[in-house]
Ligand binder design. Structure first.
Ligand code: MRU
Length: 361
């Protein structure tokens, strides 16, 4: 197979940056990712419980975007629960934080952002100053995320293949999954911005089609030609020699490098090794969980069966068909050639390099 299904020259011409999370000063506006690409609608959220529900329902998804949303959810909680009695206020915030952190179990960024916000509240002696401090911290988390992603792109772009060769990515790891720019998709973008003209393939990513709906849309917005494949076409594409590297994001990276990411990532990593192709992860150090020694201890979210037996409310399988629907899998570190963070590209042994990357952040 030759270059992706595009005709004529393609000019790199990114349109305005996609920013899926917008804080108005009193409410949280999320670009509803369940409706994209055919509808571009915003959900306006003024209650932290609804922010948690938007995470569970995947209106906002992707580990860093979930973290930023959780930070603003804590601002909404503080606005609702504020009280002159400091201990009472902090106690209520902790409870709200537990509610938000339980929205989805696998992405470490969720609990990380809630804990970071609670630390700010706990360090503030004046209860009247907690809300403005939390708002400033949430804004900081959002701004930091964009600059971290751009640095991931700078570190990772040298790993992209030569012109005419191919890179394969999975799920959606772009601006939509973050506050802007993206992680693995950001590395691909950085490679294109640096003048690389390699071929890009992205999987559809069943069951929610984050690849077909979101990644294909983002690449279109960026003017980067990308060819969509069914998840099950990855093996043949690699065997034909069309893929020179694979890069995906992560929801949680254990201290030894084992990585939880969208279901199907493990399959791609094993296929890549079988075909002698390097498999990379791109993730911020906030996704590295040094408290977890290895991937067996990462909690994997199991989602409703109807997401597999049908799509978008339309049943596909015969009624009563049982389905197994883990949202993520764990790729053992031995399949991973490198983990690109904002501070460095980590190489095995990951127990050392990940610690170094986190310390440098
Ligand atoms: O279920 P999702 O869509 O939230 O899963 C997202 C992924 O697995 C991403 O690859 C990961 O969160 C990294 S996003 C930069």
């Amino acid at each position: 197979m030759g270059s992706p299904g595009v005709g004529g020259p393609v000019f790199f011409c990114p349109m305005s940056e996609i920013r899926p999370i917008n804080w108005t000063g009193s409410s949280l506006q999320l670009l509803d990712q369940m409706l994209l690409p055919h509808e571009q609608a915003t959900v306006n959220i003024t209650d932290y419980r609804n922010a948690a529900a938007a995470i569970t329902e995947m209106r906002v998804r992707g580990a860093p975007a979930i973290g930023v949303t959780a930070a603003y959810a804590m601002v909404l909680a503080a606005a609702e629960l504020q009280s002159r009695e400091r201990d009472h206020f902090i106690g209520a915030l902790r409870q709200a934080g537990a509610h938000v952190a339980a929205a989805r179990p696998t992405a470490v960024n969720l609990g990380w952002a809630v804990r970071r916000m609670l630390r700010v509240a706990e360090a503030e002696p004046d209860p009247g100053s907690i809300l403005p401090r939390l708002e400033a911290e949430a804004r900081r988390i959002q701004e930091e995320d964009e600059s971290i992603n751009r640095r991931i792109g700078e570190h990772g772009r040298g790993l992209m293949p030569s012109d005419g060769q191919g890179v394969l990515t999975h799920c959606n790891t772009g601006a939509l999954a973050t506050s802007a720019f993206g992680t693995a998709l950001g590395v691909i973008r950085a490679g294109w911005e640096a003048g690389g003209r390699f071929n890009v393939y992205n999987t559809e990513t069943r069951p929610w089609l984050q690849g077909a709906r979101l990644t294909s849309w983002e690449f279109q917005q960026l003017g980067i030609p990308a060819t969509l494949i069914a998840d099950s076409a990855a093996g043949v594409l690699m065997r034909q020699g069309d893929v020179s590297c694979v890069i995906t994001g992560a929801d949680r990276v254990a201290a030894n490098g084992d990585t939880a990411n969208k279901i199907g990532t493990y399959t791609l990593a094993v296929l890549a090794q079988e075909n002698g192709i390097p498999f990379y992860i791109a993730a911020p150090t906030s996704t590295v969980d040094l408290a977890i020694a290895h991937g067996d201890d990462i909690a994997i979210e199991e989602r409703p069966q109807h997401e597999v037996t049908g799509y978008g409310g339309t049943p596909v399988a015969p009624e009563g068909t049982p389905a197994y629907n883990p949202a993520f899998d764990v790729t053992p570190h031995r399949y991973i050639a490198g983990i690109v963070t904002e501070t460095m590209v980590c190489r095995p042994p990951y127990t050392e390099s990940l610690r170094q990357a986190v310390d440098a952040a």
